[in-house]
Each structure stands twice: as C-alpha cells, then as structure tokens.
Write a protein that binds this ligand. Sequence first.
Ligand SMILES: [Zn+2]
Ligand SMILES: [Zn+2]
Length: 383
Amino acid sequence: MNFDPVSEAKRIEGEIIAWRRDFHMHPELGYEEERTSRIVEEHLREWGYSIKRVGTGIIADIGRGEKTIALRADMDALPIQEENDAPYKSKIPGKMHACGHDAHTAMLLGAAKIIAEHKDELNGRVRLIFQPAEEGGNGAVKMIEGGALEGVNAIFGFHVWMDLPSGIIGIREGPFLAGAGIFGGEIIGKGGHGASPHETVDPIPIAAETVLAFQTIVSRNVPPIETGVVSVTSVHGGRAFNVIPEEVEFRGTFRFFKPEIGGLIQRRMREILEGLTKAHGAKYELNIEELTPPTINSKEMADFARKVAGKYGLKYGEVQPTMGAEDFTFYLQKVPGAFLALGIRNEEKEIIYPHHHPRFNVDEDVLYLGTAMEVALAFEFLR
Ligand SMILES: [Zn+2]
Ligand SMILES: [Zn+2]
C-alpha cells in the first residue's frame, strides 16, 4: 500500500461526520432502510463499485484477484424517541440511531471511498456488505442467502463501543458477544373461586415455583466457570381478587457463550416445567426460540487485526465480552473473521449513555479511525 490509511481517513473526516449526521437525522427501522441504502448505493456506484441488491441491503465489490475480504456495516435504527438536543438529532418521531449503526454506515462509506481511490493497488477483491435489520431482524442471514459470502476468505465488522475510551480499537479473540434466545409459555391449571382452592388447580403458585426454579439453572446447573443468563421478564395471570385464573403466561430471555450451555438451559427449562406441572396436576406450554448464536472471533483474524492496528499506529486494546448479542455471528459461522469495537466513550463531551438509551451518542471525532482500520485491514489482507 503506497499511502497511509490514517491520514487518508483524516482527510475525509468531514465527509464521514456529515454522512453520519445525515443518517442520524433520518433513522429507518430494520428492513425499511430505503433512504439510507439509496444514498449508500449512489455513492458506491459513483466510485465504481459493482452492486448487488438484497432488499434494502447492498453487496458491493471492487477489485479482482484470488482473495476476497469482506467488510460489513449495519444500517438500521431503533424504535426509540431521541432525547439528545444536537442540531443533527433525529427528525423522525419515535425512531433513533441509538446503537451507532449510523456511524458504522458512515465509517464504511469512508473506507469505500478511499479503497476506490486506490483500487489500482488492490491485490484482490474487497466486498462491502451494508446490511439491514441487525436489531432483532437477523438481516445478516438474508445477506448470506443473497450471496454476501460467496468467495469470501475473511470478514470484519465494527461496532462503536460505549465501554471503551474514545479512539481505542477493541480486539478480542474467542467469545465476544453472547448467544441469545427467547422463551414464552403458559402454565395451564383449572380456574375457580378464590375461596375454594381445593376445587381448582391454581397456576399461580406453580408459576411462582417455576420462576424460582429457573433461577437455579444458572446457579445450580451451569458449571460455575461457565456463564449464562436466564431472565423471566414478564408474568401475567388473573384479574380479580377472588378468582383463581385458568392460566399464567410468562416470557423471558436467555443468554450463553457456549452452544452446549444454551442447550443445557433449554433442556432444564423444559424439565422444570414438566416436573412442577406434573407434581401439581397442571399442564404447560413452552416455546423456545434461539435467535442468535454467540459471536466468536477467530484467533488468527484477531491476531491479524492487532498486527494491522499496530503497524499503522492505531491504539488498540482488549475489549470485555458482553451478554448482548449480534447477528454478525452468522457471517463468522461461515468464514473466519473478527468483530471489532471502536471506543466512543468521552466523559468530557457527556458521551456516556449506553447503547439503546435515548441519550446515546458517539464521539464523532474518532470515526475516521474506524475508517482507517477498515482500509488497512483490506489492503493488508490482500497483500
Ligand atoms: Zn443495538
Ligand atoms: Zn448495534
């Protein structure tokens, strides 16, 4: 590479920030990213990328050769009313870029521009994936079905990260984000008069026992050196003070880092419900949906990212795992790669509110570093 990606990114910093602000002002929810993807596509076409559309998602290629590296950004916003008072605050009531996907899209657009300007120096192909619906929509799966990973040898993605100081690139090998699933069901008893419990099968004490017994899955069944979460987040049953209801509904979420722990949690939930309802003469229904497997970075690709960051003087450090989940996982199940974090926490600028908070914001002054890292990863991988 005959140029410095950091100074090239710094040179177009103003554009990156302007794109981010424009996307921030016009947030679109998952699978509705019409405006965002139209703007992205217009730029990519102008810069000479070949484009394939997958709904509101875009697969864009440049360069040719034996190897292909993919870089991914997500474009969707959240159904949150913004409470920041910035001049570029969301113009759409009830919608907000509260996870930073506006920044991801802008950073990758910046990288796209620089890569296109230096395409003659590319020793292979760069594929950009601008995906819809990361927030619970598994847009990554749609992109893979649309051919996003065909011929790809490695993939990298960035997430801006409130738990890291501004400007630090967080690189981790192994498990980074958790696997996530949801569950819902009901305990079905036999309703009746509140004064005649003996003539009923009261689902309320069974539900109470169930919630408590679910707490023992992580504390008593998951091995202590492993980790997991089981949270019952909703319980509903009955309306009147003198009526024993027929059933109690419940819902919740579970998280894990190892597939076998995810399996164990699901098996124990079933066994507990089976046993408790049998003991009390009730019935149950349980629906479990595994949404996202854990995000596990390849050691080789994490090492490569550290080497690249070091070579270009980009500050990096270890990032702690979280029980949040990311559909980038689905790419990593097919090709080696790493999901990287870019620290955006800046106390002086009051950029401290967590992801998905109505006052979430990003330190725009470090976005060019994400762009620089993406460019550097592409050119170094294709050497
Ligand atoms: Zn999010
Ligand atoms: Zn996100």
